[in-house]
Design a protein around this ligand. Structure first.
Ligand SMILES: [Zn+2]
Length: 299
C-alpha cells in the first residue's frame, strides 16, 4: 500500500523520522561540517542510525538534506555538488528502508537570502534551485517529500517544482513560534492561514515542526503546546496533519547540547495529538530513539 492509500484508507498513526542531526551529533558529527557531506563520508553511520530508527518504530527514513539546496550548500563550498549530496543521501536511505516504510526527502527554505520582496532572490532563481535539488532526490528513489521551513511562499515554490516533476506525496510543515498573539511563522502567518494556503495547493499532509512551541520553561507545558498548535492548524484545513516538536528548549550542559523534555512526557501527550487530527507524529531537535520506542509502543 502506498503512503497516499494508507492515509486515505486506514486510520493508522505513522511515526515521523528520528531527527538524525541530534543523534549523529552524539556519534561524532561535529557542528561545523555540512550534514549531507558528513553523511556521504560516513555512510555506514548514517545507515546504522536509520536501521536503529526503524527498529524504534519509525515509518520514515529521512534524507537529512535540509542544507543541501544550492543556497545552503554554497557557504560550505559545495555549490557544485548538489546532485551528489541529494542523490547519494536518498540512495543510502533507500538501501536500508524495508517494505512498507518510506524514504522521506527533506527540502527546506532558502538561507541566508530570501525570496523577494523581503530578500533579493527572484521566483525563477528559487524555482531553478529547488528543481536542481528535487530532481536529484527523485533520482535517488525517494517516496515522499517533507517541505519544511520558515517561509511559506518559498515552500509553495518547492511544492510547485515537486508537482511539475512527479506525483510523489508531499508533507509540508511550517515552523511556528509562540508569540504574544499565539503561534506565528517567522513571516507572521498564523496556523489557520498557513494551513489553508497549503491545503489550497493540494499537499497530502500539513503540519508543524521544530520552532518554539511555548516560552514556558516548565517542560510539562511543551508537548501540550503542540496539541494547541494542531487544533489551530485543524481550523485551516481538513486533511491529515503531522506534528514534530523539538524535545524542549536546547540547553548547554558540559559543552553538549541537551533537550529537557522526556520520552514519558511525550507519550503522555501523543493521544491528544492524534485526537486533534495528527496522523504522523514524532519529534524534531533533541528527540531520541528512546522517545520513539516509547511512542511506538503507545500508538
Ligand atoms: Zn528542530
Amino acid at each position: 500500500m502506498d503512503l497516499r492509500e494508507r492515509l486515505r484508507d486506514t486510520d493508522e498513526i505513522l511515526l515521523h523520522y528520528v531527527p538524525l542531526h541530534s543523534l549523529l551529533a552524539d556519534w561524532g558529527k561535529d557542528l561545523e561540517s555540512h550534514l549531507s557531506e558528513w553523511i556521504i563520508n560516513n555512510p555506514e553511520k548514517y545507515q546504522d542510525a536509520l536501521r536503529q530508527s526503524f527498529a524504534a518504530g519509525c515509518d520514515f527514513a529521512c534524507t537529512m538534506t535540509q542544507s543541501s539546496s544550492p543556497w545552503r550548500a554554497e557557504p560550505f563550498g559545495l555549490r557544485d555538488r548538489i546532485h551528489e549530496l541529494n542523490w547519494r543521501s536518498a540512495k543510502l536511505a533507500k538501501e536500508v528502508t524495508p517494505p512498507g516504510r518510506y524514504v522521506l526527502a527533506i527540502v527546506s527554505t532558502t538561507n541566508p537570502d530570501f525570496l523577494e520582496p523581503l530578500g533579493n532572490m527572484t521566483y525563477d532563481e528559487v524555482y531553478e534551485g529547488y528543481k536542481e535539488q528535487i530532481s536529484a532526490l527523485l533520482e535517488g528513489g525517494i517516496d515522499v517529500f517533507l517541505i519544511v521551513g520558515n517561509h511559506i511562499d518559498e515552500a509553495l515554490i518547492a511544492i510547485e517544482v515537486a508537482r511539475d516533476l512527479c506525483d510523489v506525496p508531499i508533507i509540508s510543515q511550517n515552523i511556528f513560534y509562540s508569540t504574544k498573539n499565539g503561534f506565528r511563522t517567522m513571516m507572521g502567518d498564523n496556523p489557520i492561514k498557513a494551513s489553508a494556503k497549503l491545503e489550497e495547493v493540494g499537499v497530502d499532509v500539513i503540519g508543524g515542526s521544530c520552532g518554539l512551541m511555548t516560552k514556558s520553561l516548565d517542560t510539562s507545558e511543551w508537548y501540550p503546546a503542540a496539541t494547541t498548535l494542531i487544533k489551530e492548524m485543524r481550523k485551516g484545513c481538513r486533511g491529515p496533519l503531522s506534528i514534530q516538536p523539538d524535545a524542549g528548549l536546547a540547553q548547554l550542559a558540559d559543552g553538549k547540547t541537551v533537550y529537557p523534555v522526556s520520552p514519558e512526557e511525550m507519550v503522555d501527550e501523543v493521544k491528544a495529538w492524534v485526537d486533534a487530527g495528527a496522523r504522523i507524529v514524532g519529534g524534531c531537535c533533541g528527540t531520541s530513539l528512546e522517545h520513539y520506542r516509547k511512542i511506538s509502543a503507545a500508538t
